[in-house]
Design a protein around this ligand. Structure first.
Ligand SMILES: Nc1ncnc2c1ncn2[C@@H]1O[C@H](COP(=O)(O)OP(=O)(O)OP(=O)(O)O)[C@@H](O)[C@H]1O
Ligand SMILES: [Mg+2]
Length: 369
């Protein structure tokens, strides 16, 4: 059996004539992994979930489930359950009956329902809560009831649409860990939606970064953090310094009027590029020792580090995370390793980007032999 459970082939979605909500989206979802759709409000995340669940149909393209085309299969015939943002629990039913609802519709025997519901409740750490009214449950507990209601049907895929957004920060962190753990134990494919990049990085096997109805980049959290394909992804995933530059030749890039050794290659000579350096990869030195010089404009203490901003002579703003403290208006230097520099081409497709990255490791292998 192929490991692919869901496949989108050139899927476009228009709700009305003049707006394209999804534009030629293709991807594959593998069985048993935790996926996250990440992107700003309105980029089409919920629309992708609705297409998978069968609550709406694609305008163009095909959606396959276990290798079969499922464009016109109704929602209730799909092996998919959804956990909605507002949980959509039934307030007039207790916890047990909320979870049992889908099984009652299937006309399952009472004894079987009892066993399944109790198992689902124990999975989400709510054993013994069956008789409670929904209104007497906390936000985090309601969230778990909603998840129990989804897993009790033993679907192949669970869709979760920003299920943690109503929770306070502490509970949110706790539930992130619990959800990830639950997914591992169940081995069900989770497709999770969020616009919180930290949440996506912490929880996912694979992230799809979306913007304006297209997938900008897909990959593991590490891939996407370390090798963003373009300015949008670099900016959306974590804090970044992004400046324009010129790729002089392989392994040599120029920005802020200086040339630096880097680890990037495979671009044209003197190609205009964008350069990303993460704030935690910048080290503060004296003005003279710096590879770049900035004048400090602000400093905030963030608990574990100082967040320092300043401007270079070209007017670019730089953000630095450091355990050292400086003063506003200080002239300081910044140092960084060649590996800290990440060079991005304008308008590179994900396919070409991946090919170029692959050539890096092939190159290393050749150099070693
Ligand atoms: N039923 C609908 N009819 C018309 N337009 C719609 C409909 N549903 C969504 N849209 C539009 O499609 C676009 C994408 O919506 P979608 O709900 O998929 O975004 P999202 O990424 O989930 O955003 P959010 O983070 O705000 O939930 C938006 O511009 C939205 O206004
Ligand atoms: Mg949404």
């Amino acid at each position: 059996m192929s490991n692919t459970i869901i496949q989108f082939q050139n899927v476009s979605k228009q709700y009305d004539e003049d707006s394209l909500v999804l534009d030629d989206v293709s991807f594959e979802i593998e069985r048993g992994k935790f996926y996250t759709l990440l992107g700003p409000s309105g980029c089409g995340k919920t629309t992708i979930l609705r297409l998978i669940a069968g609550f709406t149909e694609a305008t163009k393209g095909d959606i396959h489930f276990n290798g079969k085309k499922m464009n016109h299969i109704p929602a209730n015939k799909r092996q998919v359950n959804t956990v909605f943002q507002d949980y959509a629990l039934f307030p007039h039913l207790n916890v047990f009956e909320n979870v049992a609802f889908g099984l009652r519709i299937k006309k399952m025997k009472n004894s079987e329902i009892k066993a399944k519901v109790e198992e689902a409740l124990s999975f989400v750490n709510l054993s013994g809560y069956g008789d409670r009214e929904i209104k007497d449950m906390s936000g985090g507990q309601r969230q778990r009831v909603a998840i129990a209601r989804a897993i009790v049907n033993q679907p192949e895929v669970i869709l979760l649409d920003e299920p943690l957004s109503a929770l306070d920060l502490k509970l949110r962190y706790q539930m992130q860990g619990e959800l990830r753990e639950l997914q591992r134990r169940l081995g069900i494919t989770f497709i999770f939606v969020t616009h919180d990049q930290e949440e996506a990085l912490a929880m996912s096997d694979e992230i799809f970064v979306l913007n304006k109805g297209t997938i900008q980049q897909s990959g593991t959290p590490n891939d996407i953090y370390d090798e963003p394909i373009n300015r949008f992804v670099a900016d959306f995933i974590g804090e970044s310094n992004i400046v324009s530059g010129t790729m002089i030749q392989d392994y040599l890039v120029e920005f802020v009027g200086k040339q630096f050794t880097c680890v990037d290659k495979g671009m044209n000579k003197n190609e205009p590029v964008e350069v990303v350096i993460r704030p935690e990869d910048l080290e503060i030195t004296s003005h003279e020792q710096g590879m770049l010089q900035i004048k400090v404009s602000s400093q905030l203490f963030r608990g574990v580090h100082y967040e320092i901003t300043g401007n270079d002579k070209d007017g670019n703003e730089w953000l630095v995370h450091s355990t050292k403290s400086v003063n506003v208006d200080d002239d300081i230097g910044l140092k960084f390793e060649p590996e800290a520099i990440h060079v991005m081409r304008f308008d590179e497709t994900e396919e070409d980007f991946d090919k170029r990255l692959d050539s890096y490791s092939e190159g290393d292998a050749n150099e070693q032999s």
